[in-house]
Design a protein around this ligand. Structure first.
Ligand code: SAH
Ligand code: SF4
Length: 392
């Protein structure tokens, strides 16, 4: 077994902790600020690049901390360079993905560089349309491992550009690693570190109700997105197995309280799966659940994933679904898929590298999914257990 490097990553150390370290080592406070600026604002590859640091101090820093906790293993481009997917290798060999999306400036809007990051290696929730769900859960990410995905993307941008938006929509369920996600958000917000406004950060959850309630008590920190996918429990039990623990009405009640208490609109995500969750009945159920709420719905055509029998809903079906919601007064957007050809959905690249599952296993899984979704469409609740490891 290789020895795993467990020194804390510098990006995850708070400003106060770093100041305390410098004080304890008899160094003036401005050195801590110098290092913070170098960590977040320079493209320095290590303490050796910090020529302003006295000799010896860089070496002592290196003994205590790691400059970066992620190594970029693969970077793939698509959409003519507008989407960039990175596979980051962690010290213990686990890997996670981030996706960088460039949106050019328009007449009314500056250019945006949105980064989608991972909060866990793998995921315990096990949504069957998601490549990460298929991989299972490996472990929670450390705060620095979350933040170093952002630093890595920042360095890949052109000089003068920086990440303008961060979304926690990569691998993992952020609300099941909430302490570290909150530390990461604080670092992203901190003007001495990334300095990103709360409105430019989105955290997406599959519906961990205690986590949503904890966020509400903290006040507005970022935009909350709920991966709802289905408004009927029978179908949501299959699509988001966490629903067997926290049913959809409880999730929406928590999200509604969040919107009321913070005054911030909640986003709902629906991955549109042909013939599964895109029927008129589904649109009506969602409309009646969200009518009158401070909410916005995003409809996203499903990216194909090897182990499922499912495909994206055809565009006319998505448009019809959207029209239903609009008629109920619910704002709705159809989101164009980015980076489909590089597998930009959640965990697809990592799943590919993990190797294709054996054909009989895929066939068995597809059969079970078809049977489960057919039962759900008849309104029968799932008898499968709540996935292990999802209790907050
Ligand atoms: N675990 C959290 C955040 C990461 S998943 C959550 O589920 O919200 C981020 C988003 O990617 C979710 O809305 C999820 O439903 C969506 N997603 C996963 N697999 C997808 C696929 N194959 N096609 C389209 N969207 C997908
Ligand atoms: Fe986990 Fe989100 Fe994928 Fe579901 S969609 S398995 S919650 S990462």
């Amino acid at each position: 077994m290789p020895t795993v490097n467990t020194r804390p990553g510098l990006s995850g150390v708070s400003t106060a902790e770093l100041a305390a370290w410098f004080e304890a080592h008899g160094e003036p406070a401005y050195r801590a600020r110098q290092v913070l600026t170098a960590v977040w604002r320079s493209g320095a590859g290590g303490t050796a690049d910090l020529t302003t640091l006295p000799r010896g101090l860089g070496a002592r820093l290196d003994t205590a901390f790691r400059w970066s906790t992620v190594a970029d293993e693969t970077i793939l481009d698509s959409d003519g360079g507008q989407t960039e997917k990175a596979l980051h290798r962690l010290a213990d060999g686990a890997s996670v993905e981030s996706v960088l999306m460039h949106y050019p400036a328009t007449a009314s809007r500056r250019a945006r560089h949105t980064l989608c990051i991972s909060s866990q290696a793998g995921c315990a929730v096990g949504c069957p349309f998601c490549a990460t769900g298929e991989l299972g859960f490996t472990r929670d990410l450390e705060t620095a491992e979350i933040l170093d995905q952002v630093r890595s993307a920042n360095w890949r941008l052109q000089a003068g550009e920086r990440i303008t938006n961060v979304v926690f929509m990569g691998m993992g369920e952020p609300l099941l690693n909430l302490d570290r996600v909150l530390e990461s958000v604080a670092a992203l917000n901190d003007p001495a570190r990334l300095g990103l406004g709360a409105r430019h950060i989105t955290v997406s959850t599959s519906g961990v109700v205690p986590g949503i309630r904890r966020l509400t008590a903290l006040g507005p920190q970022f935009t909350l997105a709920i991966s709802i996918h289905a408004a009927r429990d029978a179908l949501r039990d299959v699509l988001v197995p966490l629903n067997r623990r926290w049913p959809v009405a409880e999730v929406v009640a928590a999200a509604r309280d969040h919107a009321r208490s913070t005054g911030r609109r909640v986003s709902y995500e629906v991955t549109m799966i042909g013939g599964v969750n895109d029927t008129d009945a589904d649109a009506e159920a969602l409309a009646s659940l969200l009518r009158g709420d401070l909410a916005h719905v995003n409809l996203i055509p499903m990216n194909p994933v090897a182990h499922t029998p499912w495909r994206a809903s055809p565009m006319p079906v998505i448009e019809r679904f959207a029209a239903h919601l609009k008629a109920a007064g619910i704002p709705v957007t159809i989101r164009r898929n980015r980076g489909v050809e590089i597998g930009a959905a959640c965990g697809q690249l990592a799943a590919e590298l993990a190797g294709a599952p054996a054909a009989p296993a895929v066939a068995w899984r597809r059969e079970r999914l078809e049977a489960a979704s057919a039962r759900a469409l008849r309104g029968q609740r799932s008898e499968e257990p709540v996935p292990a490891g999802v209790d907050a």
